[in-house]
Design a protein around this ligand. Sequence first.
Ligand SMILES: *Cc1c(COP(=O)(O)O)cnc(C)c1O
Length: 376
Amino acid sequence: MVKKNIKNISRLAKPTFNNQTFLEVKKILKSGNLVQGKKVAEFEKKLNQYLKIKNAIVVSSGTAALHLSLIALGVGRGDEVIIPAFSYIATANVVELVGAKPVLVDINLDDCCININKIEKNITKKTKAIIPVHEFGNPAEIKEISKIAKKYNLYVIEDSACALGSTYNNNKVGTFGDVGCFSFHPRKLITTGEGGAVITKNNKIAKKIKYLRNHGINKTNNTQIVENAGFNYRMTEFQAVLGIDQLKKIDSIIKHNYKLAKFYIKNLDGIDYLTLPILKKKLKTNFQSFHIIVKKNINRNDLIKYLKLKKIESNYGAQSIHTQKFYKNKYNFKKNHFPNAYYAFTKGIVLPIGYHINLKEINNIISYIKSFKKNK
Ligand SMILES: *Cc1c(COP(=O)(O)O)cnc(C)c1O
């Protein structure tokens, strides 16, 4: 017998699809044309419209998007790339994988994005690019970063993996840099299972990224020329169908997330051991994640365990890169080299948010967070 009265788990994130989408996927599977065809082209067109940009190139993941961007911009051996010390590890990995050195810069604790006042002193003759991360959907100060990049003649690759729909002064992030990268992993705002996109205003870079995602083959009307050693970073047609469907919903997903985030903020306000996100007009998040930070004397892992007992999924937000084994050993980093990044890694916690969850469940989560300290 299946037990039916077990309360559902409040998931951190969970994509939702409608029946029409399932039918579309079935059509694709029946058609036999499964990879990078009409639906991929349509998804790219829809992304262009949404982001008001010319060249969206969809790929197999956000990591692939970042990797292709570095290669297309010619970043490689001997180069240095400035990145925040706190991000998803992929931001650092791609820099290592092209043979360049990731140069870490500490973050602000209020938005978990790179501290722009610490960028310039890390620029050397070898610096080739900056990868600001719009962490949790929080826009980094991208205008200011672009200014610094211009002054030193550096490329800007926006890691907007979490930040589709986030805006800086009402302009979508990802559109400021030489290239912008997005992820469509299920943990992000919209999903294609695995998937990603590179966007750029520069047609030459776009062309290069297009052939690099397809084994380095530059396809013209009648010819196929191998321009470079490339990858297979293509997206499938059925993933593109999911992307088209999800993109239609993005504004309502963001609206829904705001409703939930505001409710969290209103009801968690005043709990002395928590630091809550701050809503900003100039830098407008999409609330891909709802990230809070606990005070020094609170054991964040205990809070995660406590919530898990209450069937609420939560997690740390992102990693401090300098404390991950490979990076720590290779560059001899100490924890206190980037104190804010380490603090966010050890004291930050993301709570459930998204289309799959409603105010009633959020209310339930809030009441457990309130009871956490009393129960310790
Ligand atoms: C998710 C994420 C990535 C990687 O995207 P994938 O699609 O999972 O490869 C890169 N950078 C950041 C900041 C991310 O959050």
